[in-house]
Design a protein around this ligand. Structure first.
Ligand code: ADP
Ligand code: MG
Length: 459
């Protein structure tokens, strides 16, 4: 496979996709090999890999097949492992927060032997939008990145998928490299840790492995829940961990849940993980989602000059896509790519068309359970009273509000709702709903309470 062949394929793709999409998605790709019907292509970032694999794998496969005359079964996209990190190169220089300093720092380092994962150049503190749900995690990450005296160790970040754990860890690594280029910072996923460990066992290089991991200044292990249940990997991790803590070396760990809640993780590891600072990233709220979208939109507006974004589109997305930030970003990326391909303004209509699948998937299905729980919390009564027989007003009113909201916010029928309120008859539910309807008219406090609860529940 020659560069010329790939050049030919790229030229064809350029004609097919137009200059904008071409320079955004195809130009940065590098064809590495074609072997046994599989073409391997390197992509600079995870984010690009997902997008390109989803949208362009098939055209690339077909074009490559026809240009080479060989049948290709598959195109594999892998993220380039770049070390030292050419920040400027990966981001196209323009968006890198401090390209020259960071690149110089990376170039000055001599840690080619560290078996870490590539850092995503877009994951810096500058591109991390801070809001209520993540402010503590962000502050803690900043503190670690300052490379000051070690006041807490390890830092344990946890939270659901796509809430920014990996982003924060990469940001710490980038920042440390700028501040103290000589630090040996090792970032990798728990899965990679395990893989290295098994490889070292197999190659009988376990001493090298141990030495290497104990020689770093900063160790960051992402998604540590992965090693739960994997006994010997856990054991090795535990020893590495202790050795580094003893030397007062910094450790940053992430997981999808709190240390105590990771099943099949040894207790001594759990308690070790808890002995530093444990902070969680909460699910996003509307303001944070809007902030992230605005930042992304600014970025894309620079990438696709001349593309109009109608007012209200970002607000609509922030309101509707509440699952995770990755999905939110994917939606915006698709929207801009699509609008630029068809040369249209990004309007609400376009968004609804182009994102129908994502919007459908993120329709929130509120359960009666959640409603009962929120309402009882709000009025400070027991959850069991929601379904219990008590009829005093302090209990009955909140219960009726919950019935009212269940009718408004779910698609459940009255008999179904009745069953969920301790087997009450559907006429009781109907009565409850009518009472609240009337009170909302006559009692402003009731109106406010109900609206507030509804907003809380709708996220
Ligand atoms: P996690 O590791 O928690 O699953 P990631 O760190 O991979 O999540 O984040 C998923 C995507 O969402 C990334 O592209 C990341 O840049 C983005 N993201 C998450 N939180 C934020 C934030 N607060 N500001 C900007 N981007 C964010
Ligand atoms: Mg992650």
């Amino acid at each position: 496979m020659t560069d010329k062949t790939w050049g030919q394929v790229q030229a064809d793709l350029r004609k097919m996709l137009g200059a904008n999409a071409y320079s955004a998605w195809i130009e940065p790709l590098r064809l590495m090999s074609v072997d046994k019907g599989v073409a391997r292509i390197e992509v600079p970032t995870n984010f690009m890999r997902d997008w390109v694999a989803r949208n362009y794998a098939e055209p690339i496969r077909q074009l490559l097949s026809s240009v080479t005359g060989a049948t290709l079964d598959r195109v594999d996209f892998t993220v380039a492992r770049v070390r030292p990190i050419p920040v400027a190169e990966v981001t196209g220089a323009a968006k890198a927060p401090r390209p020259s300093r960071a690149a110089a720092a990376a170039a000055a380092r001599d840690d080619g032997d560290l078996p870490g994962a590539a850092l995503d150049a877009r994951f810096t503190f500058d591109t991390f939008v801070v809001g209520k749900p993540n402010e503590l995690a962000h502050a803690a990450a900043r503190r670690v990145a300052e490379c000051g005296p070690v006041t807490f160790n390890p830092l344990f970040l946890y939270g659901g998928v796509g809430l920014g754990k990996t982003h924060l860890m990469h940001a710490i690594a980038h920042e440390m490299q700028v501040r103290q280029p000589e630090l040996r910072v090792l970032y990798l996923s728990a899965e990679q840790f395990m893989y290295r460990f098994i490889q070292a066992l197999r190659d009988k290089q376990i001493m090298d492995f141990k030495e290497l991991f104990r020689s770093v200044d900063v160790l960051m292990v992402d998604d540590v829940q992965f090693i739960a249940g994997k006994e010997s990997t856990q054991e090795e991790f535990f020893h590495t961990f202790n050795a580094l803590i003893d030397q007062n070396k910094r450790i940053v760990i992430s997981a999808d849940r709190a240390p105590g809640e990771i099943k099949d993780l040894e207790d001594r590891i759990k308690s070790r993980l808890q002995c530093g600072l444990v902070v969680d990233l909460h699910p996003t709220d509307y303001e944070l989602r809007l902030g992230i979208l605005q930042q992304k939109a600014d970025y894309y507006r620079a990438q696709y000059p001349g593309l109009e974004l109608a007012p209200g589109v970002l607000e609509f997305l922030a309101h509707r896509i509440t699952t995770n930030v990755r999905v939110l970003e994917g939606a915006l990326t698709r929207l801009f790519a699509f609008a630029s391909l068809v040369g249209r303004e990004i309007t609400l209509d376009l968004a609804q068309d182009c994102l129908a699948d994502i919007l459908r998937a993120s329709e929130r299905k509120l359960t009666i359970d959640e409603i009962q729980r929120k309402v009882s919390e709000h009025f400070n009564i027991r959850l069991s009273d929601m379904i219990g027989p008590k009829r005093t007003r302090t209990i009955a009113r909140p219960r009726q509000i919950a019935m009212y909201l269940a009718k408004q916010l779910t698609t459940r029928s009255l008999p179904e709702i009745g069953r969920r309120f301790g087997g009450r008859d559907h006429t009781t539910i109907m009565h409850g709903i009518r009472v609240i309807d009337e009170l909302r008219q006559s009692d402003p406090q009731m109106g406010e309470d109900v609206d507030l609860l509804r907003r809380l529940l709708e996220g």
